[in-house]
Design a protein around this ligand. Structure first.
Ligand SMILES: O=C(CO)[C@@H](O)[C@H](O)COP(=O)(O)O
Ligand SMILES: [Fe+2]
Length: 225
């Protein structure tokens, strides 16, 4: 495993206090977050309903760091330009949610954003086969999508290692993001398997000391070879 990997921490605002969202994202940036993870759910692709481009646009002026939009919606194409206009930097979607994988990835890039593909715990990695050259991020879900606060599914570690090999073989600069059940006490193991970008919602938001938690995660990551 490369020792020069840059680790990124992406707090998921799904667990933030929505009544104080501007303050929450400012606080988490000040606490050392690298990305704001923005979970979009449509009550169709997943059984929950959250936030859309208007909320992305509303928080954009509150932070300097990139906004990483995780689309859990079906279909995806119509909403991609709206998020790009709203200030998203990364946009990821699930392959099952589009009829035309390559077209949707290209649409994200044509709208000036970095493109990501998101895999549920039970989704095959075969979708990667012909699109690696259009990817900036691969998101591996370590819980089934729809809710924060679930437990990390251990089988994901094997999948992370497989994707790490594919990314290294591609020679491309693709982030390997893990999303779901990431905590201070398992982040090192997840990094050891090959992840470099860590989404954490309930481990950070709602806790009294965001900076302390992010610093604790970075201490754990510092031990990873
Ligand atoms: O996309 C999702 C859930 O579908 C995630 O981004 C969760 O919001 C992560 O929450 P925790 O598991 O860290 O509480
Ligand atoms: Fe997410």
């Amino acid at each position: 495993m490369s020792q020069s990997r840059t680790f990124r921490i992406a707090p998921s605002i799904l667990s933030a206090d929505f009544a104080r969202l501007g303050e929450e994202v400012r606080n988490v940036e000040a606490a050392g977050a690298d990305l704001i993870h923005f979970d979009v759910m449509d009550n169709h692709y997943v059984p929950n309903l959250t936030i859309g481009p208007m909320v992305c646009q509303a928080i954009r002026p509150h932070v300097q760091i990139p906004i990483d939009v995780h689309l859990m919606v079906k279909p995806v194409d119509r909403i991609i330009p709206d998020f790009a206009k709203a200030g998203a930097n990364y946009i990821s979607f699930h392959p099952e949610a589009t009829e035309h994988l390559d077209r949707s990835l290209q649409l994200i890039r044509d709208n000036g954003c970095k493109a990501g593909l998101a895999f549920n715990p039970g989704t095959s990695l075969h979708y990667l086969e012909h699109v690696m050259d259009k990817l900036d991020l691969i998101l591996l879900m370590s819980v089934n999508p729809g809710f924060g606060g679930q437990s990390f599914i251990p089988h994901t570690l094997k999948k992370i290692a497989e994707v790490r090999k594919l990314i290294d073989a591609s020679g491309r600069d693709i982030l390997l993001q893990v999303d779901g059940g990431v905590k201070t006490d398992n982040i090192a193991e997840i990094a050891q398997a090959g992840a470099d970008t860590f989404v954490a919602g309930s481990a950070i938001f709602g806790k009294p000391d965001y900076a302390g938690i992010i610093a604790g995660m970075r201490r754990e990551l510092a031990s990873v070879k």
